[in-house]
Design a protein. Sequence first.
Length: 231
Amino acid sequence: MNTWGAFLASTGGFRFTNSWPSEPAVTLRTPFGVIDVGNARSGLCGGMVFAALDYWYARQVPPVDQPASGTPLYGFLVRRIVDSWNIPVGVAQYFTWMNLPDADTGFNVLGRHVTVDRGVSGRTVLQQWPRVKHDLDQGVPSPLGIVTVHSDQLSDLGLNHQVLAYAYTETAGSVTVRVYDPNRGQNDNVTIRFDTGQPTGATTFTHNLDIDHDVRGFFRSTYAPQPPPTG
């Protein structure tokens, strides 16, 4: 656990937002094909999330100015977005979840319901949220892969998003997670809210992320700290 202080978007997030030139920053070759990453404002969210957490672990305040292409910080953000996709496992997880229904699938037999496969809602609420909650209870921010679309098109992978969970409140049957969204910068009021009472059905995730799609669910991303650039 980092004892430097609790993470907040207003102090640990980058002051600049996730807005970049339209050309791809990097081309990722995956088992599913080629993905261009870094296109316009949707491009480097995962790199910014991982880098913000790297600075927190290093007990350093992130740089204020948005880096230009070719600078050490820009190169670091690009490297970290590649890390955030966790190829091939992470890409496969996004793609698998994109192709799942929201609710569980199953059938009734002899008066009992048999679950054949968990949907996105059940995987989020029953499997992933306890892992994220454990991180937050230890005082450690948790990177999230946000699944936004129901699609079997590889080109739609880039419509998903990444944020950093750093706090939560929990009431009877409801959870509100506070997150750093690179699209919204140093805003401490960005949240994802969901109910936990019916996870086998289609759960609604209410949010104020700066994205153009609904949130279908999320999973805890695989992360390992890296030293941020010094120049």
